[in-house]
Design a protein around this ligand. Structure first.
Ligand code: UDP
Length: 239
C-alpha cells in the first residue's frame, strides 16, 4: 500500500444515477469511462477496491410498485438493473487495463461469477477490482445496505459513498442555500438528525461493525483518490 493512502481496502458505493451523466436515463459512456478512471487512479495507489453499484438509472422497485407492480417482483427487476450497470462498469475498467471481476448476489453464471465471500476476498488480495452486483439478492433492500454488508464482509476499512454533492449537509444544498456542510459526524448524530446519508439499515450495519462512511462528490475529478489520501472535501461518519 502506498504510504500516503489512509486505507488498505475500501468499498466504493456508486448509485446508478452516478453513471447517467447528462442523460435522463441509463448509462452515459463518457461518464462510465471517467468513473473507471477514478477507480484506476485509486488502484494505482495500491488500495484494494470493491464496488457496489446501484440501479436507479434504470429501474427502482419502489417506483415499479407505485405503478402497480408487486413490490418483490419490481425489486427483482431493480436488482437486474444493477447487473447491467456492473457489467458496463467492468467493461469500462477493463478497457483501461484494470483487472476486475463481477460477482452477483443473483446467480447468473453465464455472465458473471456468483457472490462467494472468500473468493471475492481472494480477488481483492490479488489486486482485482470486485464489482458486487445484484444488491443483497433480496427484495425490500437497497444497494446502500448491500454496500454496508459487502464492506463489512470484505473487511473494508471504510465505505466510500460517492454522491452528487461534496458531503453531508443539514438540508439539501441544491434547494436550501442556508444548508450547512459537516466535516465529521457520529453515526448517532446522522441517525438522530435524520440526515439523508444512507438508509437506516445501512448506517446501523456500519455503526455496529465500526466501519466509517465517507461521503464525497463523484463528479469532481480526482475526488476518489483525494479521499483515499485525506485531501479534498468530504464528510466522515464514524462511531
Ligand atoms: N434492490 C433490491 N435489493 C437489494 C438492492 C437493490 O431489491 O438488495 C432493488 C430495488 O428495487 C432498488 C433497485 O434494486 O430500487 C436499485 O437499487 P438502488 O435503488 O439501491 O440503486 P441506486 O439508488 O443506488 O441507484
Amino acid at each position: 500500500m502506498a504510504s500516503d493512502a489512509l486505507y488498505r481496502r475500501v468499498l466504493l458505493k456508486i448509485s446508478g444515477e452516478g453513471l447517467m451523466g447528462p442523460q435522463a436515463y441509463g448509462l452515459d459512456p463518457a461518464t462510465l469511462d471517467r468513473v473507471a478512471g477514478e477507480v484506476e487512479s485509486v488502484r494505482a495507489l495500491g488500495v484494494e477496491v470493491g464496488i457496489v453499484i446501484g440501479g436507479g438509472n434504470i429501474f427502482r422497485g419502489v417506483k415499479g410498485a407505485a405503478n402497480g407492480m408487486e413490490r418483490a417482483a419490481a425489486d427483482n427487476v431493480g436488482m437486474l438493473a444493477t447487473v447491467i450497470n456492473a457489467l458496463s462498469l467492468q467493461n469500462a475498467l477493463e478497457r483501461r487495463g484494470v483487472a476486475t471481476r463481477v460477482q452477483s448476489a443473483v446467480t447468473m453464471p453465464t455472465v458473471c461469477e456468483s457472490f462467494i465471500r472468500r473468493r471475492a476476498i481472494r480477488h481483492l488480495e490479488k489486486g482485482r477490482v470486485v464489482i458486487f452486483a445484484g444488491g443483497t439478492g433480496n427484495p425490500f433492500f437497497t444497494t446502500d445496505t448491500a454496500a454496508a454488508l459487502r464492506g463489512v464482509e470484505m473487511g473494508c476499512d471504510a465505505l466510500l459513498k460517492a454522491t452528487q454533492v461534496d458531503g453531508v449537509y443539514s438540508a439539501d444544498p441544491k434547494k436550501d442555500p442556508g444548508a450547512v456542510r459537516y466535516d465529521h459526524l457520529t453515526f448517532d448524530e446522522a441517525l438522530a438528525r435524520n440526515l439523508a446519508v444512507m438508509d437506516t439499515a445501512a448506517i446501523a450495519l456500519c455503526r455496529e461493525n465500526r466501519m466509517p462512511i465517507v461521503v464525497f462528490d463523484l463528479h469532481r475529478p480526482g475526488a476518489f483518490a483525494q479521499v483515499i489520501t485525506g485531501q479534498g472535501r468530504y464528510t466522515t461518519i464514524e462511531n
